[in-house]
Design a protein around this ligand. Structure first.
Ligand code: FES
Ligand SMILES: [Fe+2]
Length: 360
């Protein structure tokens, strides 16, 4: 029998989060409600909205959302739910000048207001204003579109302000969405974040990548809601230009901007828990041109190798956690970013779960 300890604020004495947070399905439910439903999630890129009425659909914590470009040039997000009797309004992606519900044909303007509600003749006290679509918070950062289901969420500029100043230098709005790729990893989503937030594993797991970059110049920088990791290619200095090294920004809780070495590029990586031990990864790659050069193809292949290596190690770790013998680990002093993530997680979930429960 062993008493669990909370993750200490002091790295040198801290234990990791207890293993049952990675294996108990009830934890994921709390995480979905307390974390994923209250944080900024990347949903698309402005290049997907060329004409008035262009729309895309997505889901955040299983809730259907759509994003559309209005007549006034503004991109807005709404719940993809009809105000009459809650049917889904639009599917996939496309263009609609008016959103017509397929169930009983109520229709909505692109600003979410009710356009027409057929069959309502004779209905008393029907206030059309009260039956517009339910909007979702949306922010555009340098052409990248984020939404947040929490109406009271802190704006991205205050959560990630410094990061934006940093990333802006990379001509972000010149990027063109080139490819989207999805993979499934059989591990808890936090295993993937833990793995991503340190590079102690890089020499052992990413031998090919490490042979190209200068690990002696690897650095990581920790901020309240994001982490920045940087490594120049061999022969470059810390001030390298875009493409001459890797710059990786993790945004709490589940996405990162990756600027890989090679042709100017950025990838958005997102991880979405499917269940407590299955995670979907979505990789959206942007380059400066529509056509992909051989160098860019090579870069994507290297990227895929790195992702495969990370997926394999995460699946091994999940199996290890699930043996039941592993309860809590310890951090090395270079795992400070993982420690920070564990503190953030502890803070978010401890009022909803007994973190001090005794495991047998
Ligand atoms: S549910 Fe949409 S019109 Fe009835
Ligand atoms: Fe890795």
């Amino acid at each position: 029998m062993k008493n669990e300890v909370r993750v200490s604020e002091k790295l040198s004495e801290a234990h990791t989060l207890p293993s049952w947070l990675y294996t108990d399905p009830r934890v994921l439910e709390v995480e979905q409600n307390q974390i994923f439903a209250k944080t900024w999630q990347y949903v698309g890129h402005v290049s997907e909205f060329k004409k008035t009425g262009d729309y895309i659909t997505t889901e955040i914590v299983g809730k259907p959302i759509f994003v559309t470009l209005g007549n006034d040039g503004e991109i807005r997000a709404f719940y993809n739910v009809c105000s009459h009797r809650a049917a889904k309004l639009v599917e996939g992606e496309g263009n609609k000048k008016v959103i017509v519900c397929p169930y009983h044909a109520w229709s909505y303007r692109l600003d979410g207001s009710l356009n027409r509600a057929p069959n309502m003749k004779g209905v008393e006290n029907f206030d059309e204003q009260a039956f517009c679509l339910h909007g979702v918070r949306l922010e555009i950062f340098e052409s990248f579109i984020f939404v947040n289901l929490d109406p009271d969420a802190e704006p991205m500029s205050s959560l990630f302000g410094g990061l934006f100043d940093h990333v802006k230098k990379n001509k972000m709005n010149q990027f063109i969405k080139t490819r989207v790729k999805e993979t499934i990893c059989h591990s808890n989503w936090k295993v993937g974040i833990d793995n991503y937030l340190e590079c102690d594993h890089c020499p052992g797991v990413h031998k090919s990548l490490v042979s190209k970059v200068d690990m002696k110049q690897y650095e990581s920088f920790l901020y309240d809601h994001y982490v920045y990791q940087v490594t120049p290619l061999k022969g470059q200095t810390a001030n390298f230009e875009l493409g001459q090294g890797g710059r990786y920004y993790w945004l709490y809780p589940n996405m990162w901007f990756s600027f890989d070495p090679g042709s100017p590029n950025v990838s958005i990586h997102q991880s979405f828990p499917i269940d407590y031990k299955t995670t979907k990864y979505v990789y959206t790659t942007f380059f400066m041109n529509e056509t992909i050069s051989n160098e860019e193809k090579e870069l994507m292949a290297v990227d895929e190798d790195v992702r495969r290596e990370d997926k394999e190690i995460c699946e091994i770790v999940q199996k290890g956690i699930e043996t039941g013998v592993y309860k809590q680990g310890r951090f090395s002093l270079t795992e400070n970013c993982v420690h920070h993530f564990h503190l953030l997680m502890q803070k978010r979930v401890e009022h909803h779960l007994p973190l001090d429960k005794v495991e047998i």
